[in-house]
Design a protein around this ligand. Structure first.
Ligand SMILES: [Zn+2]
Length: 176
């Protein structure tokens, strides 16, 4: 079946894209939402290295974990840039490496951006948990209004109470 890379050149990125990058020898991937103008909003547990001048221009740049904004370079940490796919068939989903695609459809770009911006403003994605609430869940939530679907079963999103009502009501995407 082979690994389909999903690699993308940064000039082809669009605001609202769910992007990711493999780290430490393809064991761990980091995910975020590209907001345009070199900015990525992502969810992280580790102190983020964002000491560059570009990152300091973003809002909440004093925050070092939770939902943060950083420049694309600081997000990638020299890993390769890839774009997550939405709306893939169940068959393709099973053939793909986990953490690269989702059978759900992405919501409209402006809704995706609105969710990311609101979660950034409130640092509103709860506690980071590698298995239950991680950077992929965050990006997937921004895209679809729901958590990751892994192993074919939709995972319940555990932080529903932290989602502002305006966002909860913007779940207009059709059922996957
Ligand atoms: Zn930076």
């Amino acid at each position: 079946m082979g690994f389909v890379s999903h690699r993308v050149e940064r000039r082809f990125l669009r605001a609202g894209d769910h992007i990711y990058s493999w780290r430490t020898g393809f064991v761990y991937s980091h995910h975020g939402i590209y907001m345009g103008e070199d900015q990525v909003v992502h969810f992280t547990c580790a102190s983020a290295s964002r000491s560059c001048a570009a990152c300091e221009m973003f809002e909440y740049s004093d925050r070092d974990s939770g939902v943060i904004a950083s420049c694309l370079d600081c997000f990638l940490k020299s890993g390769s840039l890839r774009r997550y796919k939405y709306g893939v068939s169940k068959r393709r989903y099973w053939m793909k490496r986990p953490g690269t695609c989702n059978t759900a459809e992405s919501g409209p770009v402006e809704v995706v951006m609105e969710r990311a911006e609101s979660l950034l403003a409130k640092n509103g994605f709860g506690e980071y948990n590698l298995l239950k609430n991680n950077c992929e869940d965050f990006a997937t939530f921004c895209k679809t209004g729901q958590g990751c679907n892994r192993n074919g079963t939709a995972r319940r999103y555990g932080q529903a109470s932290l989602i502002p009502p305006a966002l909860a009501s913007s779940r207009r995407n059709p059922k996957p």
